[in-house]
Design a protein around this ligand. Structure first.
Ligand SMILES: Cc1cc2nc3c(=O)[nH]c(=O)nc-3n(C[C@H](O)[C@H](O)[C@H](O)COP(=O)(O)OP(=O)(O)OC[C@H]3O[C@@H](n4cnc5c(N)ncnc54)[C@H](O)[C@@H]3O)c2cc1C
Length: 289
């Protein structure tokens, strides 16, 4: 299939890109093109213009500090998977990126594109919720930070305004903190690798007990959800198999309106989420020791 016709712009600066988005009603940002172009070929998306941000400098750096890591929105999945800084400070992201799509998708697709697209079956959104990441967007009114919890609004819908560009994602450098571990697991669709269900768990131990935990499930609902009942059940306990299984049994409480489709029924997705939450929490707790 061919895409509908569209105007194409290739700005050299962020300001120029933002001005182009403001001037061209119905324009869309083009990053790696690995979600947008298939959608255009299927005529699901018909933007009047594309603003290609691929040549704008400074949007694909990974900068690790003591407490946090800043990742440019144009950083490809392959660069995230191979990043020595992230492997040291926030390895859950390398783990996630390495299992995303195939080589071609990882070489072209970007972290910012994946987050801005907000596909329910995408991997990064779930991990960003568990990491309590912050997205920084730039628009004509300047820069603003949006917490991951407020970023994903609905199916393929985020808090970004039409003339805003996601520039940076900030995540905690959790391996620099004592006794913190993380794990992302997914039940992958065999053809596309997208997550039928994906689970991200972060566990922090204090004196052998769970001091803090964040658990997020993606793929089961239109946006990833935080499983607060499961988290509360685990805090204060030693991370034993029984305590983790009891917490994971509460995951279903977070999944309102589960999706049901050709690949998995709603009930199957809830069962997958429960089993995978148990495994992800166990691995995160082991990594925290
Ligand atoms: C065969 C195949 C398999 C895949 N498998 C997986 C998988 O297993 N897991 C997974 O998570 N994903 C998967 N993907 C999706 C892939 O990760 C895409 O790369 C990603 O979703 C979109 O990133 P992109 O850079 O290609 O964005 P684009 O396609 O260029 O853009 C996507 C959307 O985001 C907007 N956008 C892009 N960048 C910005 C920005 N900086 N600021 C504001 N808006 C922006 C665009 O306007 C568009 O609406 C797969 C894709 C394909 C084609």
């Amino acid at each position: 299939m061919y895409t509908p016709t569209f105007d194409y712009y290739r700005p050299k600066t962020l300001d120029e890109a933002i001005a182009l988005l403001g001037k061209n009603k119905g324009a869309k940002v083009l990053a790696g093109g690995h979600s947008l172009l298939p959608a255009m070929k299927l005529r699901v998306a018909q933007p009047a213009a594309l603003v290609d941000i691929g040549r704008i400098k400074g949007l694909s750096a990974i900068k690790a500090g003591k407490k946090e890591v800043k990742i440019g929105a144009l950083t490809t999945h392959a660069a995230v998977a191979a990043s020595a800084e992230l492997a040291k400070a926030c390895p859950i992201l390398c783990e996630t990126a390495a299992m995303l799509g195939d080589t071609q998708v990882r070489n072209r697709g970007t972290m910012g594109g994946s987050l801005a697209h907000a596909d329910p079956a995408a991997d990064y959104p779930t991990v960003m919720i568990a990491l309590e990441a912050t997205m920084t967007a730039m628009g004509k009114k300047g820069e603003r930070d949006i917490s991951a919890g407020k970023f994903f609004k609905d199916l393929l819908t985020t808090a970004l305004k039409a003339d805003e560009i996601l520039t940076t994602i900030t995540v905690p450098a959790y391996r620099n903190f004592p006794n913190m571990g993380g794990c992302y697991l997914k039940h992958r669709h065999p053809a596309s690798s997208y997550a039928v269900v994906g689970v991200a768990a972060m566990v922090g131990l204090v004196d052998g007990k769970v001091g803090r935990v964040s658990l997020a499930v993606g793929g089961a609902t239109v946006n990833p959800v935080r499983c607060s009942a499961a988290e509360s059940a685990l805090v204060g306990s030693a991370p034993t198999d029984d305590a983790i299984a009891a917490a994971a049994a509460k995951v279903a409480e977070a999944i309102a309106n589960p999706m049901s489709d050709l690949y998995a029924t709603a009930d199957y997705r809830i069962r997958l989420a429960t089993v995978m939450a148990k495994r992800a929490l166990m691995t995160a707790a082991q990594r925290a020791m």
